[in-house]
Design a protein around this ligand. Structure first.
Ligand code: GLN
Length: 539
């Protein structure tokens, strides 16, 4: 019998429901259970693909090319699951399916309603995502009490009844604020949030209480009493130094025991040794004096979530190299010829991430030039690769005004351009080159040296491509295409061998980096940056 864990959030957003769900998954996997995840998002966009990262944070791309919520990134980083388009559903996506069916006449004359039609669609989405997992973790986005999340709560209430109480459980993540002037942790907001859940027929089995500090026993007891949750199932979740400590912390609070009892599954001692190792390495790194300074030239530098996977991949690279990575966010718009040395002169590595639209592009091109001319390690991701090609075309190959047709449709030298299949599209959503593609690496290149294999699969999310009409010319000037999209012979990785460490890739390697298997390009970028730093210090 498949088991279901439904995870809701209360009081306020940004409590870390996604990473907490990922952490619970990590524990269950460490107990030897086969798990999977589903994130249900109540908003009306069909997927986050068309949303501004300011609104939503990073768009995470799965192997099969779905544009999904960034929580799926946490799920994949914390566990061994490989997620697909079935592991994230929004109200918009489910309504879309309903309306298509309605137009086909599939409802046979019935009035189509939120209950039962929308709730049934939600339940179907859960079944579809569950596949052959033994335990399915279903996280409901938003906060209990929002109008838009109501149908989702109704659907999981029904589902729990249908599956049987021993096969399903509810975890509610809530917030216990610390009021400084009173010197007290306050339980009232959590009481109200649970009351709200119970009003719609859901009695949480477990409370995970986010707070600045660990909850004392008395507070746990009070919460248990007022929320009708067993005292042992009121868990404390204080702020931690690193998200990778979450599985260890939840284990300390005995979540493994609580879940085994509630779901009536065999208790197996979870082996969390790899998590212990990671956390102790991170602690060592924090104390050590080895560090590198990396500049990231972005557009959305105010909102950290906009580049979540890159942030995490840099932490993984930091773990692999045992050096602290200090990230300096630089707004591309701010860079001028006059101030660039101030911003980037002391950096040990420069990274330009992906992006859309022309804002900040000239600043990014300046950053590439600075890295190339000053022989500073450079790592360009997606747009970061495209601006590297543009910079090289303009300043090395002498193609004045070279550009991507995304930013200058009239450019005399469209070194980055649309492929025919991307021209005249009438739909924006879900039409980019998305998901994993096979790439063949050229032996004897930096890329080959990094991956140490001939064929790789990496995830894409872009519309524009390296224009192969310029390949020969740019190669004659010293640019090397070290990786090609195997099926179409499109350049996927470029590098400059005369430079100490310069690489640009059309794909997003950050989506496949994990704490236990850091992505090789990130790992080597940090290694090269650290070596460059040591070299500077020696001179
Ligand atoms: N805007 C560029 C394109 O669509 C790059 C996209 C990206 O960096 N993800 O091709």
């Amino acid at each position: 019998m498949q088991k279901f864990i439904f995870i809701t959030g209360g009081v306020l957003s940004s409590l870390g429901k996604g990473v907490t769900s990922a952490g619970i998954g990590a524990i269950l996997e460490a107990m030897g259970y086969k798990i999977t995840f589903l994130k249900l998002d109540p908003y009306l966009n069909v997927d986050p693909g068309t949303m501004n990262p300011y609104q939503h944070g990073e768009v995470y791309v799965t192997e099969d090319g779905a544009e999904t919520d960034l929580d799926l990134g946490h799920y994949e980083r914390f566990t061994n699951v490989v997620l697909t388009k079935y592991n994230n559903a929004t109200s918009g996506k489910l309504y879309y399916q309903i309306l298509e069916k309605e137009r086909r006449g599939a409802y046979l004359g019935a009035t189509v309603q939120i209950i039962p039609h929308f709730t049934n669609e939600i339940k179907r989405a859960i079944e579809k995502a569950s596949a052959d997992a033994e335990i399915v973790l279903v996280e409901i986005g938003g906060t209990v009490g929002d109008i838009e999340s109501l149908p989702f709560l109704e659907a999981i209430r029904q589902m729990s009844l249908e599956k049987g109480r021993e096969n399903s459980m509810f975890i509610h993540l809530t917030y216990v604020p610390y009021i400084k002037v009173a010197g007290e942790l306050k339980t009232k907001p959590s009481q109200h949030s649970v009351k709200e859940l119970r009003a719609i027929g859901i009695q949480p089995d477990v409370l995970i209480c986010r707070a600045e500090k660990p909850l004392p026993k008395a507070i746990k007891r009070k919460l248990a009493l007022f929320t009708n949750v067993h005292e042992d199932a009121v868990l404390s979740a204080p702020d931690l130094d690193t998200i990778y400590e979450i599985p260890l912390h939840l284990k300390k609070e005995k979540l493994d025991v609580v879940i085994s009892n509630l779901l009536n599954i065999e208790y197996r001692e979870p082996d969390l040794s790899k998590w212990k190792k990671i956390v102790s390495t991170l602690n060592q790194i924090e104390k050590s004096s080895s560090e590198v300074n990396i500049a990231i030239i972005g557009k959305y530098t105010e909102l950290k979530d906009a580049y979540k996977s890159i942030d995490e991949a840099l932490i993984h690279a930091s773990i692999a190299n045992k050096v602290k990575v200090n990230v300096h966010w630089v707004r591309a718009d701010d860079l001028t010829d006059e101030n660039i040395n101030e911003f980037l002169g002391n950096m040990d590595g420069i990274l330009v991430p992906g992006g859309f639209g022309d804002r900040g592009v000239e600043g990014k091109i300046k950053a590439v030039r600075f890295a190339r001319e000053n022989n500073i390690p450079y790592f360009g991701i997606c747009l970061g690769m495209q601006v590297a090609v543009i910079e090289f075309a303009r300043n090395v190959a002498g193609l004045e005004g070279a550009n991507s047709t995304e930013f200058d449709p009239q450019t005399p030298y469209p070194v980055i351009d649309l492929m025919p299949e991307q021209k005249n599209l009438d739909k924006k959503g879900g039409t980019m080159r998305l998901g994993a593609y096979k790439c063949t690496l050229k032996e004897g290149t930096l890329a080959y040296d990094i991956y140490k294999q001939k064929e790789i699969y990496e995830r894409h999310r872009h519309r524009y491509e390296f224009n192969t009409e310029y390949k020969k010319l740019l190669e004659e000037k010293g640019l090397v295409v070290s990786g090609e999209y195997t099926a179409k012979k499109l350049p996927e990785i470029v590098e400059i061998p005369s430079h100490r460490w310069f690489i640009g890739c059309q794909f997003h390697p950050e989506f496949k980096s994990k704490p236990f298997s850091p992505h090789p390009i990130f790992r080597e970028f940090i290694r090269a940056s650290f070596e460059y730093k040591k070299e500077k210090e020696a001179n």
